[in-house]
Write a protein that binds this ligand. Sequence first.
Ligand SMILES: Cc1cc2nc3c(=O)[nH]c(=O)nc-3n(C[C@H](O)[C@H](O)[C@H](O)COP(=O)(O)OP(=O)(O)OC[C@H]3O[C@@H](n4cnc5c(N)ncnc54)[C@H](O)[C@@H]3O)c2cc1C
Length: 398
Amino acid sequence: MTIPAHARRPLDASTDVLIVGGGVVGCATAYYLARDGVEVMLIERSDLNTQASGRNAGSLHVQLQGAFYRSDSEAVLAGRLDTLPLFMEGVRTWKELAGELDDDIELVANGGLMVAETEDQMRFLTMKAGQEKSRGIEVAIIGAAEVRRMAPYLSDRIIGAEYCPNEGKLNPTRAVPALARGAEAAGARILREVELLGIEVVDGGFRARTNRGTIRCKRLVNAAGPFAASIGAMVGIDLPISQRCVQGTITEPVEPFVSHLVYHVDRILTFKQVTNGNLLIGGGWPAHLDPATWSMTALRDSIQSNMWVAQFIVPRVAHLRLMRVWAGVNLRTDGRPILGEVRKVPGYHLAITADAGMSLGPACARLVAENLCGRKMSYDITPFSIDRFDGARPSQLN
Ligand SMILES: Cc1cc2nc3c(=O)[nH]c(=O)nc-3n(C[C@H](O)[C@H](O)[C@H](O)COP(=O)(O)OP(=O)(O)OC[C@H]3O[C@@H](n4cnc5c(N)ncnc54)[C@H](O)[C@@H]3O)c2cc1C
């Protein structure tokens, strides 16, 4: 979007709450605060929805991915297990938003299938399902006949799956702009191409120095996702977040034949068919990020490996043409979101999801807004406080 000349005048503005970051989390926080009558301004250094929120695969996750058990430390895995009920809130919040926003966000929640090829993999899924059920998550282990009935497009190699009926998908390129429009309609001011450069803590709040001038605010929300650590450093907070550059691929459109979110328990894959008929294939294959120029490049090896896995699980993919491959930077925490006010910097709030931030974004934003409004919390965010690190940086994130 081109910024009109009048909007480029130097800023000398003030607001009650200043949100930094125009992805799903920032836009949803602005939406909930503005609807509650709070004076709110959001600044985004580029355009809205241009980073992780506009580049993700739109999967609405609930169940844990098999890869987490292979790559995470015990502490991170425990964090993920404890956060599972928030994923249910994530799906519930998106369903509510689908009825409130001014656009069709293409939300479909037909459930997710994590498929397996071997008895060992089935035993692992049974163990995982037990852990998830103990956290109140609805999941079921299904055998080959049921998988065939539900998903006849899967390869005959698939002998069973873990089914989570609450999972699904949505279209991030529709959902986030709709949240931003909803926020503006409720009174939020959204400023594009305004980059936060520094924060001065002053009596009664903050002076936010930007490329366009100064914004005074009583409270500030760090919703900068993968970039949140730099906004934390501006007030002396060390946020244990790391960045990961990953990629996704989309095929040409075909008639609808896949209605679930499909994963593989041991291989890197998420797979779904979007409303237009294209198959969206991802799962976290690595892409290249040049930190000097911030340019992101999809890797040929990752494309080939991702497509190989996809056609191995869904043979029909072998006959489809690829339309587009892209990369994006995601964030990684200790498995839990980081939410709420920072005790040592009163008025400074964190709105940082864990890595499945599209699934969790609006639920986290709603909780941050409830907290800012001094409301009774609808979900206990104490376990998500920055206090849990107590000055220590989890080694896995270094
Ligand atoms: C390829 C890919 C696929 C993914 N697939 C899924 C999926 O299927 N399901 C799922 O749940 N999650 C998925 N994710 C993760 C998800 O996209 C992110 O976790 C989520 O979008 C994070 O949202 P955010 O608003 O916190 O961050 P972002 O969307 O990155 O927004 C942060 C914003 O802050 C802005 N900003 C930064 N610094 C400043 C500054 N100084 N001043 C002003 N603005 C600033 C940035 O420009 C950016 O727009 C995927 C991620 C990637 C990269």
